[in-house]
Structure formats: structure tokens, C-alpha cells
Design a protein around this ligand. Sequence first.
Ligand SMILES: [Zn+2]
Length: 56
Amino acid sequence: MVTTSLLKLLACPICKTAVSESAQSPEVLACASCNVTYPVIEGIPVLLADQAQATP
Ligand SMILES: [Zn+2]
């Protein structure tokens, strides 16, 4: 999981707004504005536009 203090520093690379931990999985960060998720690999959030996965 990603700590709250780290989450505050993170922003979506597409829209630059804050991302939040997904309700479905702690291994995913979600951007509500873009409706995409980003993977968290071994505790490291991968906030890259080409890693964005569209939320169904
Ligand atoms: Zn976004």
C-alpha cells in the first residue's frame, strides 16, 4: 500500500490532479478525473501516461 503522505505528493501525469488508492486494490492508484488507474509495483507507484489503464 501507499502511505497517505506519499499520496499527497503524487499526481496524475495526464491531468495533474491528485490520485487516490483504488477501493478495489491497494496495488493500484486511480485518477477519478481521467477514469484510469496506475499500477503500484513493489510499493512504487508507476505514474506514467503509457501505464494508465482505463477503468471499465
Ligand atoms: Zn488524471
